[in-house]
Design a protein around this ligand. Structure first.
Ligand SMILES: [Zn+2]
Ligand SMILES: [Zn+2]
Length: 402
């Protein structure tokens, strides 16, 4: 009986997403045509919240001190669980929506609208969280630190990709700026009066390269020079490099940071220069909730979408969703929209084309169906919670034993 009801309700959800398709396409294409950079997504915030407001969601803009964030809540019956669907909507400099965040944001809105319309009696609470600045700024990390995810039982978002995958990992990471200070002098007539910030920086690159042989396989340390001096006949006084350091998890990342920073300091010291190290936010590794991912996978299969396994090694970056996964049960599955890889002009084209619109429709359906399962299948929800609680205990236990 319950199964039959679930089947009917999910069919109603799918039909409602299809009925909303034209409206959702218009939003996704408008965001795509007007790319806004991290923390500046004002238009996208308006376009995504408007239909939610109209549908009776309670909309708060600018939560967690981030002006372009939002929280749209449908209280439902007020009982457990509270499910959050995450909307990203920031673009990349120069290449626009080459990560397809126009589709991520719109899919979350579409799923929430369909749930409210198709299942007005749904037990549980549905929240669409507008999480700005994924590409640059770690919006979700700030929102985590402000406690936005504390009272949420399960979180999901869907990212477009060149493969449909539910359990892909991601590395912990941090960015670090190294500012080297030397002393200016005429490079020919009085070099003995100078201290070269550039030599300090070059030595730092060499020292970091010397560490690579002794780093774990999944560690990544990659940097660029952002300031390298002003004139070849002046000993450079100020040079700067920006690096990103990545490791399997935050614990491993600590070790990598210590090694790299020590190498950088000694490189500066060796030529009598000084160095300032400033760090960005720490991105945690991804913590996929397997039980929730299994539910999502079942719904993808019900939609006739083929799921592939992520590569056993490599092929991963970092994202602020990792920090959310440290606070509550979280998934970050991917749905294929073509062959191109993210952050390329071709991916940007796909995110605004028919391929993107199909992915959007599929993502909205799969998320709404999975949220429906979470709210109506007590056993499945308990498994999701228990898996997260067990992970937390193991993590805390691990920390105590050092
Ligand atoms: Zn991206
Ligand atoms: Zn992205």
């Amino acid at each position: 009986m319950a199964k039959e009801q679930a089947k009917q309700q999910k069919e109603a959800i799918r039909q409602t997403v299809d009925a909303l398709d034209g409206q959702l396409r218009a939003i996704a294409q408008r965001i795509h045509a007007n790319p806004e950079l991290s923390f500046h997504e004002h238009q996208a915030q308006g376009w995504l919240t408007e239909p939610l407001e109209e549908a009776g969601f309670q909309v708060e803009k600018g939560i967690a001190g981030l002006p372009t964030s939002f929280r749209a809540t449908w209280e439902g019956s007020g009982s457990e669980p509270t499910v959050a669907l995450l909307a990203e909507y920031d673009a990349l400099p120069a290449i626009g929506h080459a990560c397809g965040h126009n589709l991520i944001g719109t899919a979350a809105v579409g799923a929430a609208l369909a749930l409210k319309e198709a299942c007005p009696e749904l037990p549980g609470k549905i929240i669409v969280l507008g999480t700005p600045a994924e590409e640059e700024g770690g919006g979700k990390i700030i929102m985590c630190n402000e406690g936005v995810f504390d009272a949420i039982d399960a979180v999901m978002m869907v990212h477009p990709q060149n493969k449909t995958m539910v359990l892909r990992g991601a590395l912990a990471c941090v960015d670090a700026t190294f500012t080297f200070h030397g002393r200016q002098a005429h490079a020919s007539s009085a070099p003995e009066k100078g201290i070269s910030a550039l030599d300090a920086m070059i030595n730092a690159f060499v020292a970091i390269n010397s560490l690579r042989q002794f780093m774990k396989e999944d560690v990544r340390v990659h940097g660029i020079i952002t300031k390298g001096g002003d004139a070849p006949n002046v000993v450079p006084e100020l040079c700067e490099a920006v690096f990103i350091l990545r490791a399997a998890n935050v614990e491993e990342l600590k070790t990598v940071r210590e090694k790299v920073y020590r190498a950088v300091r000694h490189a500066a010291e060796g030529v009598e220069a000084a160095v300032d190290i400033t760090e960005g936010l720490i991105y945690a590794e991804r913590n996929n909730n397997r039980a929730l991912a299994g539910m999502f996978r079942d719904n993808l299969e019900q939609l006739g979408i083929e799921v592939v396994e992520p590569p056993a090694k490599g092929g991963i970056g970092s994202s602020d969703i990792g920090n959310v996964g440290q606070v509550t049960a979280t998934i970050h599955p991917y749905i294929r929209l073509g062959d191109a890889t993210t952050h390329t002009p071709e991916f940007c084209r796909l995110a605004g084309a028919e391929e993107g619109m199909i992915e959007l429709n599929q993502a909205a359906k799969a998320m709404a169906m999975t949220a429906y399962d979470l709210c109506t299948d007590a056993e499945a929800f308990t498994q999701v919670r228990q898996e997260f609680e067990q992970w937390k205990q193991e993590r805390n236990g691990g920390a105590i034993h050092g």
